[in-house]
Design a binder for this molecule. Structure first.
Ligand code: HEM
Ligand code: HEM
Length: 156
């Protein structure tokens, strides 16, 4: 493979970038607004006037989570498979996969955990990891691009 095609090979398709970006922002925004209303209500800083927002945020969150995971599925077959085979950015990439799997599992756990202390723990950790997600992804992109550039300069 010549260096030019090597440079392009792990790039996401435009539709994948847009889908990840839009669904990711919707996940983040709806998660933060939900948590904000929840926190205000729990601490007695608001009455019931803002509570109508919570089911709307959960609807947006659920739909965008489906879109986001669909897009991750498409990355597994392209981006991840190719980078893995080329042995580039594997450790950081595995971290990305692990964090994504955690978001999906902890999100699903919120549906099924009836036991209040466990549910509340899952909710807190899901939220905290969600807040960290954009930073981790930006680091993944920055370091991945650097590694890919070094790899492109040294064709195997
Ligand atoms: C949940 C899993 C993952 C997500 C969401 C993800 C997302 C991304 C995104 C958005 C980029 C920027 C690329 C662009 O804009 O064209 C990127 C770059 C990169 N990722 Fe991943 N990635 C994931 C897993 C992995 C794994 C498992 C590996 C390695 C085995 C990997 C290796 C790389 C490399 C090498 C780059 C730099 C590519 C380039 O600029 O050409 N990624 N990733
Ligand atoms: C891969 C990304 C994500 C997936 C698959 C995901 C999935 C889910 C699921 C399935 C639920 C349960 C919805 C329900 O109770 O009906 C949920 C709830 C929630 N998510 Fe996410 N989510 C993701 C990212 C995020 C992000 C980025 C945040 C940002 C802060 C976040 C914050 C929340 C909050 C606050 C809740 C409500 C917690 C509760 O009911 O106690 N999530 N998520």
């Amino acid at each position: 493979m010549n260096p030019v095609s090597k440079r392009r090979v792990f790039k996401l398709h435009q539709w994948q970038r847009w889908t990840l970006g839009i669904s990711g922002l919707a996940l983040l925004g709806s998660g933060i607004v939900w948590a904000w209303v929840h926190w205000k209500y729990e601490h007695g800083e608001t009455g019931e006037s803002l509570l109508y927002l919570k089911p709307w945020m959960i609807r947006i969150h659920g739909w965008s989570a489906s879109l986001f995971t669909l897009c991750i599925g498409s990355l597994l077959a392209t981006h991840v498979r190719l980078a893995w085979k080329a042995r580039i950015h594997r450790i950081n990439g595995a971290g990305m996969l692990a964090l994504t799997a955690w978001m999906i599992l902890s999100g699903q756990a919120l549906y099924y955990l009836g036991d209040e202390p466990w549910r509340s723990l899952a909710s807190d950790w899901h939220f905290l990891s969600g807040i960290a997600f954009p930073g981790v992804l930006l680091l993944h992109i920055y370091l991945g691009r650097k590694q890919r550039a070094a790899w492109g300069r040294n064709p195997v």
